[in-house]
Design a protein around this ligand. Sequence first.
Ligand code: SAM
Length: 287
Amino acid sequence: ADHSLVYPPSPDQMDWSQHYPERIPPLGSEEYKKQKEAGTLAKVEIADVGCGFGGLLFFLAPHFPDQLLVGMEIRTSVTQYVVDKVQALRLASRRSSIGGNGDTGKQEGVAGADAAANTADGTGPTAAEAPNEAQINTELVHSAPGVAGSYENVAALRVNAMKFLPNFFHRAQLSKLFFLHPDPHFKKAKSKARIISSTLLAEYAFVLRPGGRLYTITDVHDLHLWMVKHLDAFPLFERIPDDDERLKDDVCVDAVWNATEEGKKVVRNRGDKWFAAYERIKDPEGE
Ligand code: SAM
């Protein structure tokens, strides 16, 4: 239940150094103050809401080496799986950079990473749920050819993303927000439980900077229509047509379609997927 979740009272009180120790100094330390004053403090810019097993994050992390990515996931064991995998990938990356044997090191590293993530302590996902290890290894290695990420820029938090998002992020802090295969909550009475709603869109628009992008994908057509309906109706979001030039060189589009575990399951079951991307437009004058 939610009461076991801890939220920072405000974004300034969130100690991100626990999640990105190589990138962010401990909250309140001299170095932290120095970087904050100089305006050089690193901050999260990419958030995957309901990240599941983290496929999108692991795919994108090497593509955005200078930005910080976070997955927000409500299930404890699933979050722990991602956290363990991040740890293992970081270790593997450090080892392979010490060894200096490039690709081979990376592949071994990734295999080791998954082994470590899977054997954590029995709290991991069930065998049926967990992504197939061999499959992840292959796909991770192929996802970013030549890009041997350090994975110091990726983390996962256990949070209810439908609550207190502005406690984590400042206004306009994020450049990308992902809602990939969100839980559909089919029953009408349950529609408030959906992660896209008018109320929540106001929060997403708040944390997303003008020009930033929001992406959704689902294999549930009704849910797609619902999300598009709400996003279209929301004044601060504008749909980017699927064939728009702006999406052609956007690596996130490929990631959204192909990198998540749920998305891969849909492909294995030969299901359809519906995609939508939105741009966070500028605030109206005077606001
Ligand atoms: N995005 C991943 C993918 O495409 O593979 C996972 C999709 S899975 C169907 C939906 C995920 O959203 C689950 O892991 C679930 O635990 C998570 N979730 C549901 N409600 C959430 C909430 N309020 N906050 C954070 N995560 C949530």
